[in-house]
Design a protein around this ligand. Structure first.
Ligand SMILES: C[S@@+](CC[C@H](N)C(=O)[O-])C[C@H]1O[C@@H](n2cnc3c(N)ncnc32)[C@H](O)[C@@H]1O
Length: 390
């Protein structure tokens, strides 16, 4: 498992055994496990599309501030059997919801269900909302409004084998939304959390050059720059769900933010190079780099992969297009052949890390991988192939 320099070792100062669960993409659980250990999570165990751990309020804030591969950080409230609607509703009613939401607050619920009798996630979410609304109505004669987009409280239910875990989502908007991506659209960008996972699985630590010759909107470049500079992704200006929770400790959060800022390596020389053949990609990459405040580290130029400059040091990390339909895939054969040839002839002494959703196309590079990881890009099973180029 790669050692990332991306996070810092801060042990929870008070023991307050909150049960936490950070979700991620399939294939990144072990990377996330290492990240959580590094921020001081306790009793860390890999679960289904996520990692369970324990900690205190400080751990919750550290997790949201620092974790690069987590989608959200959930605070577990209660666990119970939920084979049917009534059991689910009764379980929801065991929680004192006024400890998590003010009387005039707004709320949203979401659910995932696996191997359980309740399968309809919208129905599950509705039962949870009903339970919470009834709790407020009975106790205070008021009812919280539902706001799916920007609620004060997001409640999450995970059902597995008819067992339900109900949690507060401490992240609010998902953590991949770092806040640096431009508002104008770009076709097929990598999710920021997956790009960070690729960077960490490639064992990049900022000490050698990083090259993405098909950089698209620059997600790999930005995530690599954040790792190299040791910038916590949560410093980029977004808000978090825990800020609207009644327990919000503004002072503690400010302290952790100041600590994270003091650990940024602002003066460090690091070399991060991106190129792409398309103007629209470069425009998006420039905007992303500027949005993350990394435009002084990331150097961009317009170039075809066939014209990649020779180098002898560092790593190439690339996510070439992989097409979905047969015709598209056949059209990309030549591109992968070129990529393989360029890596072989102009990158001797470097390592290469290629993320592709097409084993057929990856094979066309004609290189033998030293190691591979399986990661999922949404519904697409991808391979991250690692090569040593001699
Ligand atoms: C799947 S996208 C990369 C997405 C990127 N990782 C991101 O997060 O936005 C593939 C990129 O390869 C670029 N590309 C395709 N053919 C190329 C070539 N011959 N030389 C350089 N770039 C190329 C495309 O313009 C596109 O931006």
């Amino acid at each position: 498992m790669p050692q990332s320099t991306s996070t810092i070792d801060v042990r929870p100062k008070r023991t307050l055994p909150l049960k936490l669960y950070a979700t991620t993409s399939v294939g990144l659980e072990e990377v996330l496990e290492q990240e959580i250990k590094r921020i001081g999570g306790r009793e860390v165990t890999v679960g289904r599309r996520g990692v369970a751990f324990r900690g205190n309020l400080e751990t919750v804030y550290m997790a949201n501030l620092w974790l690069r591969t987590a989608h959200r950080v959930l605070l577990n409230l209660v666990e119970f059997d939920a084979p049917d609607r009534k059991a689910l509703y009764d379980g929801v009613r065991t929680v004192r919801w006024d400890e998590h939401l003010g009387r005039k607050g707004t709320l949203a619920a979401d659910a995932v269900s696996n191997d359980s009798d309740l399968t309809h996630t919208r129905f599950i979410a509705q039962v949870i909302k009903d339970g919470i609304v009834d709790e407020f109505r009975d106790r205070y004669g008021t009812r919280p409004n539902v706001d799916r987009n920007n609620p004060d409280l997001r409640v999450s239910a995970r059902l597995l084998n008819n067992r339900c875990v109900l949690s507060v989502d401490t992240s609010g908007e998902r953590l991949h939304r770092r806040g640096y991506r431009p508002s104008f659209g770009f076709k097929a960008p990598l999710m920021e959390t997956l790009a960070a996972g690729v960077v960490l699985l490639s064992e990049f630590d900022g000490s050698t050059p990083f090259v993405d010759p098909m950089c698209g909107s620059g997600t790999l470049l930005v995530e690599a720059a954040l790792v190299a500079r040791q910038v916590a992704p949560g410093l980029l200006g977004r808000e978090f769900g825990f800020m609207r929770h009644p327990s919000y400790d503004r002072h503690l959060w400010r302290q952790l933010v100041e600590l994270a800022k003091s650990q940024m390596k602002n003066d460090e020389e690091c070399a991060i190079f991106g190129s792409d053949v398309a103007d629209e990609s470069l425009r998006a990459a420039r905007a992303s780099a500027a949005g993350a405040g990394m435009d002084d580290v990331i150097r961009l130029r317009k170039a075809d992969i066939a014209d990649l400059k020779s180098r002898t040091e560092g790593m190439v990390v690339v996510n070439p297009p992989y097409g979905e339909r047969l015709g598209e895939i056949e059209q990309l054969v030549e591109l992968y052949q070129t990529l393989g040839r360029v890596l072989k002839t102009r990158c001797t002494g470097m390592s290469a890390h290629v993320l592709s959703g097409s084993p057929y196309l990856s094979q066309k590079m004609g290189l033998k991988s030293a190691r591979r990881d399986i990661v999922w890009n949404g519904a697409i099973k991808c391979r991250l192939l690692h090569y040593s180029l001699y």
